[in-house]
Structures are given as C-alpha cells and as structure tokens.
Design a protein around this ligand. Structure first.
Ligand SMILES: Cc1ncc(COP(=O)(O)O)c(C=O)c1O
Length: 421
C-alpha cells in the first residue's frame, strides 16, 4: 500500500495541480441553463401597473411575491421579494432585531446568544460575530437538530434570542430536517420564549439531485405550530439562475414582518424590479422552476457521485462522509483530529479546500475533524484530481506518514516528493 500511495502522489505532483474546491458555486454549464434570462424581453410595468423602471414596490412586485408565495407555500401577504441575496435578508433580520426588537432590542441584552446547529455555514457565524452575538453550537442529527441538546442549552440562561438553521440539504453536511424535528423545535423554542426567533436559511429548498425524503412545506409546519410571528424563512435563486444574480424571498409575519419592513425602509428604496420581472417571465410558475432544477440535478449529480466513488475507497477507519441527496457540499469527518493537517497538505499540492474549522463558530472544531468539500465548481477531470489528492492525504495523515513528509519539506523544495514510514 505504501508503494501505491507514493505512485499516486508522484503522478499527481507531476500534474502541477491548481484546483479550488472551497466554495459551493454553480459551474458554467449550470449558469448556461438560464442564459435566456439575459436578454428576455419584458414589459415596463408589473401586473398591477407599477412602473418597473422607477422607484416603488419596496417589498417586491406583485408577480414576484406571488411566485415566492408558491415557492415557500406562504400567503402572499407574508412574502417579501427582495434583491439578489437571501443572505442579505437574513442579515437584515438580525439587524432589525438587534436595533428594534420588542420589548428589548438585542443590542440592549447583556450577552445575546444564538443557537447554531453544527457543522454550519461560515457566513452565518461571521454575521453573528458582526453583532457580537455569541453563536452557541448544538449537534445535528440525521433528521434535524439534536433536540435534547437544544433543550439543555436553553435551560442554561435567558439570553438566547434565536436559532439559525438550514433545514434542507444543510450546508455543509446535507441533513434534511423531519417535520417532527421541526415541530418539536418550535414547541421547545416557543415555550422558552414567545420572542425566540426561528430563522431558516432555505438556500437549498429545491436543490435535490437524488431522491430526497419528503418534507412538508416549512411554512405549513410553522402555521400548525402557530409560530408565524417568531419565524423568518429566506431563500433565493442564486443557485437556480445566476450566482448573486437571482432574486430573494422571505416569508414572515406579525412583529418579525414589521421589523424587516422598518429596517429595509431606511436602507433601500426598492429592489431591482426589472430583474424580478425577468425572473417571473422566465419561469412563470413553480412547476417550471422545478423542471429547471432537474436540469441542474443532471449536471451536479455526476460530480457528487464521482466524489463518493473516491471517498468510498478510503479505509473506513479513516473517517466517514455525508452522502447528501441535494445541495452543494459533502463533509468528510476524520476519525482522528487531523482535519487541519489534511487541508494543509492538500494546499501544498495545489488543492484548496475550505479551511478546517470554518464550519464551526469562531473557526473552532473541537475535534478537528470536519472537512467541507464543494464538488460543483470544477470540471469532472479536476474534481477527480482533487479527490485523488484529498483521499491520498487523508490516508497519509491518518496513518501518520506525514511526519517524514514534513521533515522532508523543511529540507527540500516544497513539491518534491512524499516519503512514507
Ligand atoms: C446556506 C446558504 N445560505 C445562503 C447562501 C447565499 O445565498 P444568496 O446568494 O441568496 O445570498 C449560501 C451560498 O453558498 C448558502 O450556502
């Protein structure tokens, strides 16, 4: 086996690889699916006569909100259609509560805290850090959050203001929250406080590429649990049409809706209504969006399957990997605390992976175990090379063969070779 790893390494080294699998971005062929959007012809006014070229309709044009209402299964009066970024809506939600939440704005709390299932999305943690809100991690299970951990954490204090979840194809480990898990989360959270905010980033709502367990529409579960005023759901077309060039949606109600309207009224006069109209004309209805997403699935699935094929070959004792049925990421969990080492070794050979730890608050993975792989934004050939490097180095690090390798690096050229014990 040593000889086999050396040969693998040497052939990869000769290729002078430079591959970046850090971020979950759509690849060019996926973007091409929406090219007709670029020069689609649209009228100058919305269905109810608003001039798309001028200021107005701060919460989105009626037909975009109608589409959002179908997509999120929420009444149109609860829907806001925004700019191109759902992350911005999430940020504005936190900002609005920070400044204006009633009865006490979060900024006036001594130590406001948010519960964050881990592993999670690095930008969520960065956002909470911006506000000085502590992100308190709880584990994820196969069907959602660890409810016992959630309950236990809430028992420890009064300053918890909310929870931030990606309820489908969770970034990065792909969990799909069950309806039961969500209902129980609502029950526990609203018993803790009727101001506790359930913030859902539904970025991967329609991004299945393999058969996926059914979920009730989230807003339906929200209504059944009677937590509409405490819930905010966001989503966007960033991975439906163009990365950073789609439109975003939010569903919320009551006080939460008032807050977001208040903060947005100061910040932005109105979203880009022309882009909203282009998207509505392009898709027309949710059925067409779903057919469009099937085309994405055809392009994305082979890359995930290719990555799984490499990961399957790793000895089981090295670790385990998530096998998501949608979304943009795979996680590999090493059984030894070697994630940072693996990421560093891969970088030395030209494969960039999201820094270890970044899927945890404060970049701290207590087990130094979780590695996020993003297989979409590279060709299959590049992905094969990247996975080859990755799996080689998982084995090298797991079996502690890197010691001699590192010793060698200090003395010689960085990319010269690999020595095994
Ligand atoms: C969980 C999650 N939320 C939000 C985003 C960004 O979405 P948007 O472009 O709509 O801001 C991403 C992109 O990677 C994501 O993974």
């Amino acid at each position: 086996m040593h000889q086999e790893i050396i040969e693998r390494f040497n052939s990869l080294k000769e290729k002078q690889i430079s591959i970046d699998i850090t971020r979950g971005k759509p690849d060019k062929d996926q973007l091409d699916l929406s090219n007709d959007l670029i020069d689609i012809s649209i009228p100058t006014s919305s269905d109810d006569g608003a001039d798309l070229r001028n200021y107005g309709e701060p919460f989105g044009i009626i037909e975009a909100r109608r589409l959002g209402s179908e997509l999120l299964n929420a009444p149109i009066e609860n829907i806001l259609a925004g700019e191109q970024s759902s992350l911005l809506l999430t940020y504005q939600t936190v900002l609005s509560n920070f400044l204006f939440a009633e009865p006490i704005p979060w900024k006036n709390l001594k130590n406001p805290k948010f519960i964050c299932p881990v592993p999670g999305f690095d930008r969520h943690f960065m956002m909470l850090e911006d506000f000085g809100i502590e992100a308190v991690p709880i584990p994820l299970t196969d069907d959602g959050i660890d409810l016992n951990a959630f309950e236990d954490v809430l028992k420890t204090g009064d300053d918890y203001v909310g929870i931030l979840c990606v309820p489908k194809h969770s970034n990065p480990s792909g969990e799909i929250y069950s309806d039961e898990n969500l209902k129980k989360m609502f029950e526990i959270g609203s018993q803790y406080s009727n101001k506790f905010l359930f913030l859902f980033d539904h970025a991967y709502l329609i991004h299945d590429f393999l058969p996926t367990p059914e979920q009730k529409p989230l807003w339906q579960v929200v209504e059944e649990s009677n937590v509409q005023d405490q819930t905010v759901v966001t989503t966007s077309f960033s991975k439906v049409t163009f990365g950073g060039g789609g439109i975003s949606f939010m569903a919320t109600s009551g006080h939460s809706l008032d807050l977001i309207k208040k903060v947005r009224t100061t910040m932005i006069i109105c979203p880009d209504k022309l882009n909203q109209k282009r998207h509505v004309e392009f898709f027309k209805n949710v059925e067409n969006i779903k057919s469009h997403m099937k085309k994405h699935a055809e392009l994305v699935r082979p890359k995930f399957e290719l990555a799984y094929d490499y990961l399957k070959k790793l000895p089981e004792e090295c670790g385990s990997f998530s096998k998501p049925t949608g979304g943009y990421f795979i996680t590999y969990s090493t059984s030894k605390p070697i994630a940072s080492k693996v990421v560093k070794l891969c970088k030395d050979l030209g494969v960039l992976i999201t820094p270890a730890g970044s899927t945890f608050p404060k970049n701290y993975d207590p087990n130094d175990s979780v590695i996020r792989l993003a297989p979409t934004y590279v060709s299959k050939e590049e992905l094969a090379d990247a996975m080859n490097v990755f799996t080689t180095y998982v084995e090298v690090a797991h079996f502690e063969r890197y010691k001699i390798f590192l010793h060698f690096l200090q003395k010689h050229d960085k990319r010269v070779g690999l020595f095994l014990v």
